[in-house]
Design a protein around this ligand. Structure first.
Ligand code: HEC
Ligand code: HEC
Length: 208
């Protein structure tokens, strides 16, 4: 009897948790986000189309992913960056949602510069992975054109600066970035060669 009551309570609590998680996922206000993102424009571009290879483009990025990155920079454990730490310190959850909605509403302007010589291997990996070593096709989660899957929190990658993408891939490989749930990215990078990593970063830059 006691066991039934306890499991009933656990079931109730987990249902309440699901309801709360649903309520907490209120969409941000893109118009409010535009003003709040003014300070970010110096590095990321006013509309999120950064021109500097070390500063990621944010235009067109899914809101859920952007909100998570802001929270992760703020927590400063699984994703650390001294520039971003200072920028997000004062942002509330509402600010983050508004900024995320603003960038999601902006259009990615163009592809980034890519090294043509690496595109054949890069495309192979992105579209089909490496069957011999077990590297999965990137497009399975990030989409055939690199648009990502916003609702799942899988980031848009297409058109991103290769310098930035390469830095992230290497950070997942050496574990200095560990904010990927269930090690989704770290497990992929663990089996990729340096050549494959460099090639796929170039191919991603060429997508748009
Ligand atoms: C001084 C330059 C600078 C400013 C200003 C700045 N950022 Fe960044 N931002 C960076 C750098 C550098 C990175 C990449 C960090 C890394 O290598 O992981 C980054 C990364 C990000 C990312 C992660 C992107 C991704 O694809 O994962 C988000 C989101 C972001 N910034 C949002 C913001 C917001 C919001 C603001 C304003 C409140 C802001 N940034 C202001 C330099 C800046
Ligand atoms: C099973 C799904 C899955 C597969 C397959 C996958 N990724 Fe990812 N990837 C993710 C998720 C989820 C994240 C976001 C992690 C987080 O929350 O920060 C991510 C993040 C990234 C990022 C960081 C983006 C940024 O803006 O900082 C890059 C780059 C990336 N993936 C490249 C790749 C490449 C290249 C491949 C193929 C070799 C690949 N991914 C395969 C799920 C996947």
């Amino acid at each position: 009897m006691k066991k039934i009551i306890v499991s009933g309570i656990i079931l109730f609590l987990s249902l309440a948790g699901v309801a709360l998680a649903g309520a907490a996922h209120a969409a941000g206000d893109a118009a409010a986000g535009k003003d709040k993102a003014a300070a970010c424009g110096g590095c990321h571009g006013m509309d999120g189309n950064s021109l500097v290879p070390t500063f990621p483009k944010l235009a067109g990025q899914g809101e859920k992913y952007t909100v998570k990155q802001i929270a992760d920079f703020k927590a400063n454990t699984s994703r650390q960056d001294s520039m971003m730490l200072g920028m997000v310190a004062a942002l509330s959850d509402e600010d983050a949602a508004d900024i995320g909605a603003y960038y999601a509403s902006q259009k990615l302007a163009s592809a980034a510069t890519a090294d043509e010589g690496k595109l054949v291997l890069g495309r192979e990996i992105y579209k089909g992975g490496n069957l011999q070593t077990g590297v999965p096709a990137c497009q399975g989660c990030h989409g055939p054109t690199g648009a990502g899957m916003a609702a799942a929190g899988y980031p848009q990658l297409g058109g991103q600066h290769a310098t930035y993408t390469l830095k992230q891939l290497n950070a997942f490989k050496d574990g200095s970035r560990s904010n990927d749930k269930d090690k989704l990215m770290r497990d992929v990078l663990a089996i990729m060669t340096t050549e494959e990593i460099e090639a796929v970063a170039q191919y991603i830059a060429s997508l748009h």
